[in-house]
Design a protein around this ligand. Sequence first.
Ligand code: MN3
Length: 211
Amino acid sequence: MNNRYPFINGPLPYDYNALEPFIDEKTMQLHHDRHLQTYIDNLNSVIEKNPMLKDMTLETLLCRWPRLPQPLQIPVRNNAGGVYNHRFFFNGMRPPCDEVPECRLAHIIDRQFRSIDDFKAQFKQAALSVFGSGYAWLVLDRDKLRITTTPNQDTPLIRGQIPILNIDVWEHAYYLKHYNMRGAYIDDWFRVIDWDMAEKRLHKAFKPHGH
Ligand code: MN3
């Protein structure tokens, strides 16, 4: 995945219709080819005009935007966030599969949230609580899993949290299929979570600490 200017919109890791019947083909097409593309185009255009940003990775842009010159802060915050959040969301899904595999993540979820079902209930509550547009996240915060939310295109990176999973709850993520029923969309999203990817992210998050 290219992580520096110029950013390009790589293909999804699955077909547009691969998440059917839970997330529909048309939504995936518009969401990836238009919404994400727009964030990529806007981010590239901000960086093109401000060469001081050219060598920064996406993550660096997202951690440093508050220290950038004032006129750059909002454009970098929103557009780098839009690129990061969408890539993370799309890469965190896969064709439907009911089973949560036996893995370290599942074990920690059981320990911290009592069970996968309790985790899902708490995660759903958080995702429903986002007022307007934003995301709900499962993050690693120091050495604990935590459910959190961010408004608009903000990311948890700036709080030092390491993302494990996210769900986009902007209406464009579900309106064509689920209309205004965000709860039904969240339930459907649980069916297409790529738990193997989440496990990989957890593994990577623990690595620098030598666990
Ligand atoms: Mn979106």
